[in-house]
Design a protein around this ligand. Sequence first.
Ligand code: MIC
Ligand code: SF4
Length: 644
Amino acid sequence: MGYTISQKILKEHLLHGEMVAGNEIGIKIDQTLTQDATGTMAYLQFEAMNIDRVKTELSVAYIDHNTLQAGFENADDHRYIQTVTKKHGIRFSRPGNGICHQVHLERFAVPGKTLIGSDSHTPTAGGMGMLGFGAGGLDVAVAMGGGAYYITMPKIVKIELLGKLQDFVSAKDVILKVLKTLSVKGGVGKIIEYSGEGVLSLSVPQRATITNMGAELGATTSIFPSDEVTKKFLKAQGREQDFTPIFADKDAVYDESYVINLSQLSPMLACPHSPDNVKEVTELQGMKIDQVCIGSCTNSSLYDMLVVASILKGKKVHPNVSLSISPGSKQVYTMLANCGALSDMIDAGARILECACGPCIGMGFSPNSKGVSLRTFNRNFLARSGTADAEVYLVSPEVAAASCLNGVLTDPRTLGDFPIIVMPRKFVINDNMIELPANIEDAKDLEVLRGPNIKPIPVGKEMQENLSCKLLLKVGDDITTDHIMPAGTKVLPYRSNVPKLSEFCFTVCDKDFPNRAKELGGGIILGGLNYGQGSSREHAALVPLYLGVKCVVAKSFARIHTANLINFGILPVTLENPSDYDKINQDDDIEILGLKDAVNSKDSLVLHDLTNGEKIKLNLNLTTRQRKILLAGGLLNYTKKGEN
Ligand code: MIC
Ligand code: SF4
């Protein structure tokens, strides 16, 4: 039996376990990346491990999220990351160099290698035939120290692409079509592999748009083959030596397969407040809009920007619309400036932002009250834009550009001929914003600079025998990490200050949650399906830990968040019977006896609701390693015991 692309890469990197779907496997990690909003924690945790030098082939720290410096906090964190990385052998991509996934794709991603990043969109590198996983900062710290990265061996899904995209239909529409078909839960426990003749017509950045938003499917990762198109891209980046071809074997076996005919796709959009709430643009055409934002790690490549510039050239942004453009990297920015496309954008009235995440993570550019915002981003979760009652729609760069000219949602196919975009044979290569680490000798004397905003990380305690507490909060299906631990300008500066961050925990759902949790000294949370989808931010586990949350009961969990809960010693358990969800209410008194015993060796537990007398069966779906981590009170304690 042949292998799929990801099975081939996993096989080469396998350190522990058997590659059978559902089994836990540990793999060797070749490269890591961090961004600043999760990076401070990752490096604090790396320091706590007392390892002098990273053991990976390449580790890069990017500054791209917290770039709005409205106080000392973000600048201090940047300085901390810059000095700690210099000391420990990690490259530092300075603020202004671009969004981690875009820069990594351009300068570092290598087909056939493994990458983990403290950001859920790390699978962007799958556009290059690299196996990239989003992970919590602590998992990244462990990988930097040479430890294995553990995942549940996923099922493999094949999506065969036929035909070729029509003019004004783009890679974004492909992934929106996949989201419409599979939903935000459809990729959980799966790797999505793309194949078929249609793949050849997609460039590496277009493929990366598709693998990037595999995160929105909940997929473990997504990947394309590494072929002639990959080789051409690497050559244009002056990195031809990094090329290796990788294809699935002809007799590879997949757990599921789908076919998408690219020629039959039309422009689409994801409606509020979920990336899988997908409709055709024609269905909502004419909807009045207030804002358009172009950029993010999904759609900020040179090609995307050139398409936008050509559509805007010689025109004016509608007076009722505010347009922001954030190119993905310094390379993209420079090339737009060199070829004159940047002046076409400025001339049309675009507000050009720095190359960073910006509005995507609510770092400025929040829409007006009840504002309708079209964004080329990957997430439209409630309140993520910074305006609680805004309506955010996810669209392609083509739809965004056409609509900002008309002031209403516009099908770009009505614009006439598709602009002719000539891609350069060589990109402008200048890595002067990537600082190299100090050599081993010099590193010893380097001082790591820490600002007053860096506060100690809460560490979990050993698992308790029994639990007697309140149900602190009951929430519904598809709760995102943006609900649990919101981002945005007011909150993000405190990513290295958990006590301060705790004041914002779950406030999107319930303003009183932080106070209630503190007053009651903690408790448990009840969630619905796909609890914790979205970001890799471990703060969505760390902060509840700080507030005393011991256990989360849900109908089902998202992958990265489950790993983060376990890493910080919070027990994730599922309801054996999902309809029992209705039997437990917020504020009920809860008792769970034999907690430690169950984590040690059992697969189920009973939750006793003392308020109404209900006894509810809970399942523990844990590997032996995860049980040991939970018993130790989290991965840091477990690793300190010398285990991995
Ligand atoms: C996001 O898009 O939500 C983020 C911000 O990039 C996060 C990471 C974070 O919360 O810092 C992610 O996707 O992992
Ligand atoms: Fe940055 Fe947005 Fe991409 Fe997250 S999704 S890495 S915030 S651009």
